[in-house]
Design a protein around this ligand. Structure first.
Ligand code: HAM
Length: 444
């Protein structure tokens, strides 16, 4: 029987890769002072239908339990984080920096980089209104990829701003919240859709006073602005409204301050201003970003941004927040492309083989070494002959094979074979343990 479409089996080598990824994410998150948290894999359905946005709602694995409760497998972690912290917001330490590594479920069409079950590394800063939170998270996202050996030649961060886009719509007189949400949703898919389809949607969305073609062309121009000066010039072609210009000026200086912090945190060469990024999730309110392989091949490696209103909407208690999530599917593909995740399969330190009379002695030694944190294998019942056990031992490729024979037992010794240099020596049990401890020290 096959696994379900979009779900994966993790056989040992894939599992070793996954663990290596999780280990790297966890290590870097701790370096940045983030604490790990977790929550349930299933949540009340309405947690996701309220504020995540239409796209995610359409992709939910939703069902009723036997008690008639509507529930869903989590498609993302952010609403759960809000629900969990929402219980104690009045006493929340500010800022609170949290991360987790969890499985998510989305009913998407399985394709390269997109599955129905995948893992995410989420990192969020809650209770911090300043841009230091954005800078910290973008730096964390960059370091979490640098950790694996990726450089600016392999990936980059596309940094954008939903507030700039809202100001842009305001320049066309569009301020209605639902309409703004609809156009931001359209901007999110802009890159992937033919011009005619976008225009058809614009005709439906734009108020009659805004000419579709003018809006389309001006918006195309803004989407491709790569510098703050170019953005300012693009706006000035559309509006001379003093209040709007002041708001734009203010926002651009915040963007400049964020870029400055990112430069000081040595992330400058990884970050590009890119207003084509809007983000599909509806709850973002400010700066947003996505990480991509250079050349924009494939789907995003990670994405996030500021969501200052989600706490208030879900818990009625205002609380600023910023976060991002990286996915394991695209990152594993990228790391494998550059052979940066291939050497993590662990082999045993020791394989004990023994003549039948020496079984108890070998098992006692096995347990003694395991309690010292060495990984040790031995042959189970069926392979009683030493040569068969040795064959099994070679298949496992341990660092050492320890051989227990009756002859050597009489002088309290064992044979230790090192597979790396093919040397063999006869030593007492304590000396054998000392050899292994020394080797471990060198490796550490
Ligand atoms: P997202 O952009 O939906 O954001 O997902 C983040 C990352 O998860 C994506 O960049 C991608 O690598 C991975 N991902 C998403 N869907 C799939 C899929 N079907 N298959 C494989 N990988 C996928 C969020 O989930 C936000 N909750 C992130 C966030 C945290 N914002 C604030 N805090």
């Amino acid at each position: 029987m096959e696994s379900l479409p979009g779900f994966r089996d993790f056989e040992p080598s894939a599992c070793a890769q996954r663990n290596a990824l999780f280990y790297g994410w966890r290590t870097v998150a701790r370096r940045f002072g983030f604490e790990e948290f977790d929550g349930p894999i299933a949540e009340p359905l309405e947690l996701f239908t309220q504020k995540s946005g239409e796209e995610i709602v359409n992709q939910l694995f939703a069902f009723e339990d036997k008690g008639g409760r509507k529930m869903a497998l989590r498609p993302e972690m952010t609403p759960s984080l809000v629900r969990i912290l929402g219980k104690s917001l009045a006493t929340l330490k500010k800022p609170t920096k949290l991360f987790n590594i969890t499985e998510q479920f989305r009913y998407e069409r399985p394709q390269k980089g997109r599955l129905r079950s995948f893992y995410q590394f989420n990192a969020d800063i809650v209770g911090e209104p300043s841009l230091s939170a954005e800078a910290e998270l973008i730096a964390l996202a960059v370091e979490s990829l640098r950790y694996f050996g990726l450089t600016e030649e392999h990936f980059y961060v596309r940094l954008s701003d939903r507030q700039l886009w809202q100001l842009w719509l305001k320049a066309f007189g569009i301020t209605d919240e639902v309409l703004v949400g609809g156009i931001l949703g359209l901007l999110d898919k802009w890159e992937r859709r033919p011009k005619e389809d976008i225009e058809k949607d614009l005709i439906k969305l734009l108020p009659s006073c805004v000419q579709t073609q003018t809006f389309f062309e001006a918006t195309e121009q803004l989407r491709h602005c790569k510098t703050l000066e170019a953005i300012e010039a693009c706006f000035s072609q559309q509006t001379t409204d003093a209040e709007l210009s002041e708001a734009l000026h203010q926002r651009l200086s915040e963007l400049e301050a964020l870029l400055h912090d990112l430069a000081v945190l040595e992330c400058e060469k990884f970050v590009a201003v890119d207003l084509t990024i809007v983000r599909g999730l509806a709850y973002y309110t400010g700066f947003v970003f996505e990480l991509f392989e250079t050349g924009n091949q494939g789907r995003a490696l990670a994405g996030g941004g500021r969501y200052d209103q989600l706490f208030e909407k879900l818990t009625h208690h205002p609380m600023p927040a910023v976060g991002f999530a990286a996915g394991d599917v695209t990152l594993t593909d990228l790391l494998n492309k550059y052979h940066l995740l291939s050497d993590y399969k662990r082999t045993a330190d020791v394989f004990c083989v023994f003549e039948e009379t020496e079984r108890d002695r070998a098992l006692r030694c096995t347990q003694m070494l395991r309690r010292e944190n060495f990984s040790v294998l031995y042959s189970f019942g069926e392979a009683k002959v030493l040569s068969k056990q040795l064959k099994k031992a070679y298949v496992e490729q341990p660092q050492y094979i320890v051989i227990f024979t009756q002859e050597l037992a009489s002088c309290g010794k064992v044979q230790v074979k090192c597979l790396a240099d093919e040397t063999m020596r006869e030593v007492g049990l304590e000396e054998m343990a000392e050899v292994l401890r020394k080797k471990r020290k060198i490796e550490a």
